[in-house]
Design a protein around this ligand. Structure first.
Ligand code: 6R9
Length: 648
């Protein structure tokens, strides 16, 4: 567990507006006294076909069952599009800025509605039905948003797949989710490069072989490259969609029908699909965006997260659109064709709410302060950060140089499992504290426990971050594995949801996240399980066993270091080869910083690899190795230290 630097943490920003503070206090008091009424009131943010008569019916006990608004009926696309048509049908819903600076598109709510209906009809024409899973593997384009909403329109379950996954990783997810269709593109544009997408899907489908359930592949032409098409299976998006009607009756869903699956990493090698359902998720998306990060009418909301991430689902697509805001989607890279690209986009589209990740802030800081100062940035009203701990110095830079000391910086803590921010300061209602995610938003009750899962009553404390009550956007399960769901989140501290993160609490009850407590590494905001890396390396015939750990990294937050024991000491695999194996099996984003070939790994007497020790050795923190008495053989330690120091 790494602890962010805290020298500046006592510094706070006085920006409290008494009226706003009072309003938020009233919300906190109401939800404390009568949560059922509070959450039913939040449900009024949406248009329901049948308004729910019940709010929370969840229990963290026994088999664990999370249920919200269960007799409610609604359709997500109606809430994001149709209900805005009357009042703001001609307002821009989506601004799309292409990779090429000269290319952009804007769609009004009416235009987006029509496109979504056409895509929904196209999916239907291929036989896609309510409840079917549809994998979406697209870059940041108008089509990705249209396809997500089209699935929502017909009640299909979307599974948005990250562009960086390897073909094998995608194949595995297609099998696990039972996807019947894949929507992809010829190739994605990333700065000066094009990244083949269709070829990756073709390879993934070869990998799934006969156990795969994909019957149709829809290919969007993004880069004007020619992708090979398989007759009878592959369809050109433009051809398929063009002839469709722009009227499509929405499928009316039950609140607890599955809305989408999103894969994330955990402590075991097998990626897990986090299940989110319809009513609770959308109430939560609408509520959290509005309470933490509202966008004034006529201004633009920009969250730079990829749509394949939970932040992209909630803060790029569903939250802003459910609130009737304009959301911006950027296809390209922050530094291409030149540094300052993001600042140019903010000025060009009058972005008022800007949200990015600490890894991006650290990279932008390296460009220096003069660059952003060449832009006006006057439209900005609030800034946010999520995905990993933000250090106080990065927070201050974001506040001073980008926000020009006028915009609050909101550090939000959330997870794929929570679907929206759980810990976040509410601008205007409370003081901000650089490096601290502060408190639970109204309706959220965080607690800290010790390593045994027992509650810590003391205010000032450090422990394991748990939540005592359910919230509407809480994940309902892991797809096909409810037992793993219960064991991962609900057995650590009885009657609580355990997040997997550690946190520190100050005397005022503010929380600072100290990092993951399990075997998950956060590389530039991507969650990667050490077991995923280890399983990938172990498939290579030259490897006997391997252990992966996360070390601090200036730019990425954390980097991956792998210790490998070769099967045969006479023919050692090269570091480059092992790195390639990881990229091929997991994805490019999991490329390790360093692979060490070692003769033995440190293990306990019961044979468990002591990763804590490897992490210290890889970080060159050898003067704080801690208690070594549990090791089966302590002589491996000096050998490992010598090897690492030689290569540092
Ligand atoms: C939204 C998202 C979740 C993990 C989470 C934690 C880390 C997210 C954070 C943060 C410190 C913040 N994390 N927000 N750590 N401060 N504001 O990132 O979802 O990809 O599931 O990752 O990210 O460790 O457990 P996800």
């Amino acid at each position: 567990m790494s602890t962010p630097q805290t020298d500046l943490a006592i510094w706070d920003i006085e920006s409290v507006d008494p009226a706003k503070a009072l309003q938020i206090r009233a919300m906190r008091e109401q939800v404390q006294a009568d949560p059922e009424t509070f959450w039913l009131e939040q449900a009024k943010r949406l248009e329901w076909e049948r308004f729910p008569s019940v709010g929370n019916r969840s229990t963290f006990e026994d088999e664990v069952s999370i249920r919200w608004y269960e007799d409610g009926k609604l359709n997500v696309s109606v809430n994001c599009l149709d209900r805005h048509l009357k009042e703001r049908g001609d307002q821009t819903a989506l601004i799309w800025q292409g990779n090429d600076p000269g290319v952009s598109r804007q769609l009004t709510f009416r235009e987006l509605h029509a496109e979504v209906c056409r895509v929904a009809n196209a999916l239907k024409s291929l036989g896609v039905k309510r409840g079917d899973r549809v994998a979406i593997h697209l870059p940041m384009t108008v089509e990705v948003v249209a396809c997500m909403l089209a699935c929502a329109r017909i009640g299909a379950v979307h599974v948005v797949l990250f562009g960086g996954f390897s073909p094998e990783g995608i194949g595995e997810r297609l099998i696990d989710s039972g996807a019947v269709a894949v929507i992809t593109c010829d190739a994605a544009k990333r700065g000066a490069k094009t990244i083949p997408h269709k070829a990756v899907i073709d390879a993934a489908l070869r990998h799934t072989g006969s156990i795969g359930s994909v019957k149709n592949v829809i290919v969007v032409n993004v880069s004007d490259t020619s992708a090979p098409m398989t007759a009878g299976r592959d369809h050109d998006y433009a051809e398929l969609v063009a002839g469709q009607s722009d009227v499509c009756e929405p499928e009316i869903m039950n609140a607890e029908d599955v809305f989408f699956l999103l894969y994330t990493s955990g402590s075991t090698g097998k990626p897990k699909a986090i299940v989110h359902t319809t009513g609770g998720y959308l109430v939560w998306a609408a509520y959290t965006v509005d309470v933490t990060f509202p966008a004034e009418r006529g201004t633009t909301h920009w969250c730079t997260a990829d749509v394949a991430w939970i932040t992209g689902h909630t803060f790029v697509v569903y939250g802003p659109l459910a609130n009737g805001s304009t959301t911006l989607l950027f296809e390209g890279l922050m530094g291409w064709p030149q540094a300052g690209r993001w600042w140019d986009i903010i000025d060009r589209f009058n972005v008022s709410s800007f949200f990015t990740a600490p890894t991006a802030i650290r990279a932008l800081m390296r460009d220096g302060d003069d660059l952003p100062r060449q832009y006006s940035l006057a439209s900005l009203r609030r800034l946010a950060s999520a995905g990993e701990p933000i250090s106080p110095d990065a927070w201050l830079w974001y506040y001073e140089v980008i926000g020009q000391k006028k915009c609050p910086v909101i550090d939000m803590w959330w997870q794929t499992e929570t679907a929206g921010p759980m810990l976040s300061a509410i601008a205007g209602a409370q003081k901000l504290k650089p490096g601290w995610a502060t408190t639970g938003i109204p309706g959220i009750f965080p607690s800290l426990t010790n390593e045994k899962g027992e509650i810590i009553e003391n205010r000032e404390a450090e422990g394991c971050l748990c939540f005592d009550e359910s919230w509407p956007g809480q994940t309902r399960s892991i797809w096909g594995d409810h037992k793993r769901f219960r064991e991962t989140y609900f057995t650590f501290s009885k009657g609580r949801y355990f997040s997997g993160d550690g946190a520190r609490r100050d005397a005022d009850g503010n929380l600072m996240i100290t990092g993951r407590m399990d075997d998950v590494i956060n590389v530039s905001g991507h969650r990667i399980g050490t077991a995923e890396i280890e399983d990938a390396v172990a498939t290579d015939h030259s490897v006997a066993e391997a252990a992966a750990v996360g070390i601090n990294h200036d730019l990425k937050g954390q980097g991956i270091v792998v210790f490998v024991v070769a099967r045969n000491t006479k023919t050692l695999p090269s570091e480059a080869h092992l790195s390639k194996v990881i990229c091929e099996r997991v994805g490019r984003y999991a490329a390790p910083e360093k692979v060490y070939l070692v003769s033995e790994l440190p293990k306990t007497r019961s044979g468990k690899i002591v990763r804590r020790l490897l992490r210290k050795i890889a970080s060159n923190e050898t003067d704080s190795l801690g208690d070594l008495s549990s090791l089966a053989d302590t002589s491996v330690v000096p050998a490992l230290i010598a090897l690492v120091q030689k290569q540092l």
